[in-house]
Write a protein that binds this ligand. Sequence first.
Ligand code: NOJ
Length: 555
Amino acid sequence: MGQPIPARSDHHGDDHRDDDWWRSAVIHQVYVRSFADGDGDGTGDLAGVREKLPYLAELGVDALWFSPWYLSPMKDGGYDVADYRTVDPAFGTLAEAEKLIAEARRLGIRTIIDIVPNHVSDQHAWFRAALAGGPERDLFHFRPGRGEHGELPPNNWTSEFGGPAWTRVTEPDGIPGDWYLHLFAPEQPDLDWAHPAVRQEHEDILRFWFERGVAGVRVDSAALPAKDPLLPDLVEGRGPHPYVDRDELHDVYRAWRAVADEYGAVFVGEVWLPDAERFARYLRPDELHTAFNFSFMTCPWDAARLRTSIDETLAEHAPVGAPATWVLCNHDVTRTVTRYGRADTGFDFAAKAFGTPTDLALGTRRARAAALLSLALPGTVYLYQGEELGLPEVEVAREHIQDPMHARSGGTDPGRDGCRVPLPWAAKEPYAGFGSRNTPWLPQPDGWAMYAVDRQQDDPGSLLTLYRRAIRLRPAFGTGPLTWLPAPEGVLAFERADGLRCLVNLADTPVDLPGHTGILLASGPFDTGNRLPKDTAVWLRTRPARFSAPEESPS
Ligand code: NOJ
């Protein structure tokens, strides 16, 4: 970086008293497998993360959310958990996870883990015992098939990954028997949340990790675990859905909240629900603290639609007093610079296709602007590893794709590996410094080194530098509400605390900047004088400065 960045006064050090940290945090998602390879075996690991903690501290993030690091056959990148109390040997050991949690905390960074209540791996002890005919069968959804010989699945539900949501087992006596439910891959059998042992086990797992210093939990597929006990056919539009967003779930999360409250820990739910009122029910004061904002994440690059998404988000959170979250991408969706560089700038799983034309320069310009937009909004911001480097989605060659979404779509869906390619850390090192001795678990494409951290860290114009500066300056916006300001069509303009304003130009032409006393940060060059170019965002000061940032230019 050209100039030093001021330290955040409220950030590092002993902030145990800051119980509300999660209301305005910047949280960085770590997909361990692809983050950094500490032992050189081709797979990212906890040793790699520990080495890179100084990088994360310098980025200025408040917490790390780790996608699952537990023992897993990796049929769904670790979302198929075989044992919650063991770290997968490919990633390290439990002792290393404990060290990582403590080391991060010393740098002012909290740890959020990922719990997957809907299902386990088919290698989990419970499911193996169930297949062997044990009473553990009651912990899952086993049912006889329909048809004369039970040869048809028990109902018409389909897997989120494509194909039927049921697989028939061969009983210990060698005869085809019952079917079991899996809303995802067959290697991910669904648990029966009506069974008290399932609830007890998850409360114990929460305690197990809270005892180890974990400060929060991301709840995977949080609206799916409860099922209609009769497992009826799905008939769209008739009565309560048999497995999405069932009322029984709220009891589960109330019990979890009671456990978390003993430790001062927090939840973020993966709640994909179109209905704002139903969504907000998960965020009542005795349930989950926060949930991901998928409306914002899937919203096209369009001023009116973004404004509506922001307004609706704030309106749905207000009655329950929960902070909003702002998310641009994660390990499941197309990377931001790619999405914004396409004709369709929204995101929809069903629309994913090989060979979609992309203008990366355009997408990157917009992603830079979107970074300043999301970091200026009230609430929590999530950042997915590599987003701060502007990594594009990679079109992974079919023979290397591991994501089950690809195979289960019959090969039409490129799957999600394109956003999971191992990170580039050092341009001149083998595998762009990921750390592997041989090709990493997913190969990196040509040109990957150009995005490397060591290429960006001293470049004042890099996306990494923009993120670092923005995260450092963000506390100046305070925790108060936002007020929209009059602005030309296609421009988002709002004010936060202390006369700080954020303007984003999504119109086709540059717009005049309103009166201001200083420019804190801009997402791109002002090559049009005092006019904000298109696809550019700026943070403005409109009152005399109480402090000045080194990069601030008076106007
Ligand atoms: C949501 C996770 O983000 C995704 O990666 C996973 O495949 C499914 N839940 C199933 O656990």
